[in-house]
Design a protein around this ligand. Structure first.
Ligand SMILES: NC(=O)CC[C@H](N)C(=O)O
Length: 360
């Protein structure tokens, strides 16, 4: 069935609906990864977003049982040039179309995703909707531009109750703002005894669990929509070592007095080069973010920049000058993408050891 994507500025792309044929609405963002559509689709940070994949053929290795980053994908829709109907991979259990139908996610295929991406790069991220072709794009766009952006995504994707993921090693409290399973996987692989807690847990509730370290997960939306987490961070900073990823990094920056800002079209892909300021070493990273820490806002804080994006010079990592705490804007857990930055999890555990040795 023919469906159209209408952008906030009235641009319309007519394609073929696949997966679920419901209407979709949200922010239209593009990801440049050549592979990893299953992980992208199931990354809760895409909650409320219509994800455009720039690679022209998607779905050719199907959907498997192993590569999910969450149980229920949170993306509002998937937009591709061509969706493979006959996947070929020994792990494949569903076609992309079957999976989108099961999870009730609208898909749109057969549109010029390069043209769409160029528009988003030039204009910046826009709101959009997938609807029937009988609708007038200008009327749809006028309605869209009146609608406020969603601001409750973290509440939707975070766990409602704490749960354990046991191990015999260090005790880590993982604050779930919309956690990718990859983060939990990395901690468990290193033997950590993890308790995953909801996004709105208080500092007291977290400290009562007696953590050796606190990990702040990735998550969807604007970090300023999660003030509870900033209060919580103010109650734990300096008491327990902290490591944060993506939304966790942005929340850490806000809690330390820095500011965040929306990027024009963000960083979403699997090959973003990042330079470590101390060594000059460049790692290729997996990224998915539309906000970044404002560099000027760091002057009055105790934060130091540890990583910089090679492509646009934006901040990719921070460290607290006095407390055992550091965070990164990119995804060291990869999934999808390169594992160059994976050792940051070992660095977190080493930071916990030195915190203990210092008798803190
Ligand atoms: N992956 C993430 O944690 C994304 C963080 C935030 N929602 C952003 O878009 O910048």
């Amino acid at each position: 069935m023919k469906r159209q994507l209408v952008l906030e500025d009235g641009t319309s792309f007519i394609g073929e609906g696949f997966g679920c044929l419901d209407e979709a609405k949200g922010e239209v963002v593009f990801n440049t990864g050549m592979t990893g559509y299953q992980e992208i689709l199931s990354d809760p940070s895409y909650c409320g977003q219509l994800v455009v994949l720039t690679y022209p053929l998607i779905g050719n290795y199907g959907i498997n049982r192993d590569d999910f980053e969450s149980i229920n994908p949170a993306a509002s829709a998937l937009i591709v040039k061509e969706a493979a109907e006959f996947p070929s991979n020994w792990r494949s259990v569903f076609t992309l179309d079957e999976y989108l139908k099961i999870k009730k996610i609208p898909g749109l295929k057969g549109i010029d995703t390069r043209k769409l991406t160029r528009i988003l790069r030039m204009h910046g991220t826009m709101k959009g909707t997938i609807c029937g072709i009988d609708e007038n794009p200008l009327e749809v766009a006028a309605r869209l531009s009146q609608e406020p952006l969603q601001c409750d995504q973290v509440k939707i994707v975070s766990t409602k109750n704490p749960y354990p993921s046991p191990g015999r090693g260090k005790r880590i409290v993982l604050v779930d703002f919309g956690m990718k399973h990859g983060i939990l996987r990395e901690l468990n692989e290193r033997g950590c005894d993890v308790t995953v807690v909801p996004y709105n847990s208080s500092a007291e509730e977290i400290l009562q669990l007696g953590p050796d370290g606190i990990m702040l997960s990735n998550g969807p939306g604007d970090p300023k929509d999660v003030p509870e987490a900033i209060d919580m961070l103010n109650g734990i900073l300096g008491k327990v070592p902290v490591f944060g990823i993506c939304l966790g990094h942005q929340l850490f920056a806000l809690a330390c007095g820095a500011d965040t800002q929306k990027m024009r079209f963000g960083h979403r892909g699997s090959n973003h080069p990042v330079r470590e300021t101390a060594t000059g070493k460049v790692v290729i990273t997996s990224q998915n973010h539309g906000f970044a820490v404002n560099p000027e806002s760091l002057t009055e804080t105790d934060l130091e920049v540890t990583h910089i994006a090679v492509n646009d010079g934006s901040i990719e990592g921070l460290r607290h000058k006095h407390f055992p705490a550091y965070t990164v804007q990119f995804h060291p857990e990869a999934s999808p993408g390169p594992e160059d930055a994976n050792s940051l999890f070992c660095k977190f555990l080493a930071m916990i050891d030195s915190h203990v040795q210092e008798g803190a």
